[in-house]
Design a protein. Structure first.
Length: 377
């Protein structure tokens, strides 16, 4: 029986929820402890780190910080693999290894057959091209997730799947720790390496900033970290207590871009910041990434963020559009699993006292970075 203890202190890393003195990597468990009162739930994200830091912009360059981060991962782990989509985030992580001649053992591409993923072909072609051009020994692994992969999670966890790390509302949005603990391609690698010596890097996510009353703040929203709760063998490239300066540098780089846009168009304000960070301006997607030092693969779809820049507000919801074929398939072929999924959602609604189709996010503490400079030349 697959089970993850959501109170296990070994799994509670730099992001978790807290209600009073109770800490957990399950948002449902936090709601349960808070008796459905969201105001009692705090989302902690690297708080110990940020509280002890000078939050001025790091003096080191973006390229220097990328090199340091890649070096950290290489020195810490024996087997270093990168989960790769060819997009701005994962390609920047890839080139951080390549450009600095730091060995990367494996590039892993996850292919979901129920989704018409426009980035898969580009990711594959880009990875092959980089390996060939730089004469790398890096192994390329394309793992096609079986149609019944997620069914296994529900079969093994039962209705307790609702307590798995994060907030497992979407049928396919099973946590990375789940993927790492039941995916054969990952398990096979872990079998030949001592515990804690093999890592799968996730190049996720963009920094979040907020403009309020003329001041810039840095924060994180919990739903951007759902799939990374619980540690496991996943390491985030851009968000890490081992190099918080990398995250902080990005925040300042994004602020410069936002301020520049607002100087060019005086009609833009705080709402523009929110819209960009919610992917509601596809035409600005590439420019926004470039401003934060990102580099993209050779795929048109990845460059323009065609898999991300849509306005579907149900990204973390059971209404998630890309899951519809998978849900229909499961309902037709595995009624038991479908009923477990449905029963779990009903239990979530009772525990959280929320509409599970539009579950609200919880923000971390917002930390002041700088004043807004409207008139800077």
């Amino acid at each position: 029986m697959f089970k993850v203890d959501h109170e296990d202190p070994r799994r509670i890393g730099f992001c978790h929820w807290q209600v009073g003195n109770y800490r957990t990597i399950s948002k449902v468990a936090a709601f349960e402890r808070a008796n459905g009162d969201i105001s009692k739930i705090k989302f902690h994200w690297m708080d110990d780190v940020w509280d002890s830091m000078d939050l001025k912009e790091p003096a080191l360059s973006w390229q220097d910080l990328l090199k340091i981060r890649a070096t950290q991962l290489r020195e810490r782990f024996k087997h270093v693999a990168l989960m790769y989509s060819g997009g701005w985030d994962s390609h920047t992580a890839l080139m951080s290894f390549v450009d600095n001649n730091i060995k990367l053992d494996e590039i892993v591409i996850f292919n979901r057959p129920w989704v018409k993923d426009v980035e898969i072909a580009g990711a594959r072609a880009t990875a092959e091209r980089v390996v060939a051009e730089y004469n790398l020994s890096t192994k390329l692994t394309e793992f096609e997730i079986p149609w019944d992969h997620h069914a296994r999670v529900f079969e093994e966890a039962g209705e307790d799947y609702i307590y798995l790390p994060g907030m497992p509302l979407c049928f396919s949005k099973t946590n990375r720790i789940v993927l790492n603990e039941i995916a054969k391609t990952v398990i096979d690698v872990k079998k030949i390496h001592a515990p804690g010596t093999a890592v799968y890097i996730e190049a996720h996510d963009k920094p979040r900033v907020n403009l309020r009353d003329g001041k810039w703040y840095h924060f994180c929203i919990d739903n951007s970290m759902y799939s990374h709760m619980g540690r496991g063998s996943v390491e985030l490239f851009f968000h890490s207590p081992d190099l918080p300066e990398l995250e902080l540098k990005q925040a300042y780089m994004s602020i410069r871009w936002f301020e520049d846009k607002m100087r060019q168009n005086l009609q833009l304000g705080p709402e523009f910041v929110h819209e960009i960070q919610s992917w509601k301006h596809p035409k600005l997607y590439g420019e926004y990434n470039i401003a934060m030092g990102r580099t993209c693969g050779f795929s048109y779809s990845a460059y323009h963020g065609l898999a991300k820049t849509f306005t579907d507000s149900t990204w973390f919801s059971p209404l998630r559009k890309e899951d519809k074929p998978l849900i229909i398939y499961t309902k037709s072929n595995n009624e038991k699993v479908y009923k477990i999924f449905e029963a779990g959602l009903q239990a979530m609604a009772q525990i959280t006292k929320q509409d599970v189709n539009y579950m609200p996010g919880i923000m971390s503490k917002q930390r002041y970075l700088k004043d807004f400079e409207r008139n800077k030349i």
